[in-house]
Design a protein around this ligand. Sequence first.
Ligand SMILES: [Zn+2]
Length: 218
Amino acid sequence: MRKAALLFLLSAAVLFAADSANKSWVNNVMRIVDGETIVVMHDGVPETVRLFGIDCPDDGQPYADEARNYTTILVLNRSVDVQPVGKDTGGKTVARVYKEGKDVSQLLLEAGLAWWSRKDAPSDQKLKEIEQQARAAQRRMWVQPNPVAPWDYRQEQARKRGTEQEETVYVTRVEGTYHRASCPLLRRSVINVLSAVPMSLVDAKVKYKPCEVCNPPR
Ligand SMILES: [Zn+2]
């Protein structure tokens, strides 16, 4: 009986949360995390908000700082109208954010500092159109001959980290260097081959230097 009552209360709380999650609010921007992520006060608590439908260059990519600076100029310490559309996979609020009636996602796209997110907003023709216009006008990052989309950049970074983790090199106890399996130094004597220990590149790099002969990955 008490359990049933508790379950009812819990489900009511969840429903209430789901309902209030999509209510819009107006408040000040406290902080800029990156081009498409801002922190806005919400009922007295700072809330991280991702701008809907765009992806700015990531840290490490050209124009990442420009995108962050532009978002700072546009909305930091300003009042914005936040209209949530849902949550991202990390649980962050995703919202259309308006400053003086203008969609901040669109302003970043217009400036050539954001990509239209094909994955998050596939049917948003307006965002698609604005990106195309910025590209045609070669604004900011679109002057680059081959700009890399941030989602491709993230995938490439993840792939690099993955291969580095998996890559195996060989170390011998005597000399403090690491080698490729094919290194002639490892094959020079039977003793060396026997004493060569396989190790992940990540671990080997901590203690050993790369061999000058076989030039293993660094
Ligand atoms: Zn070597």
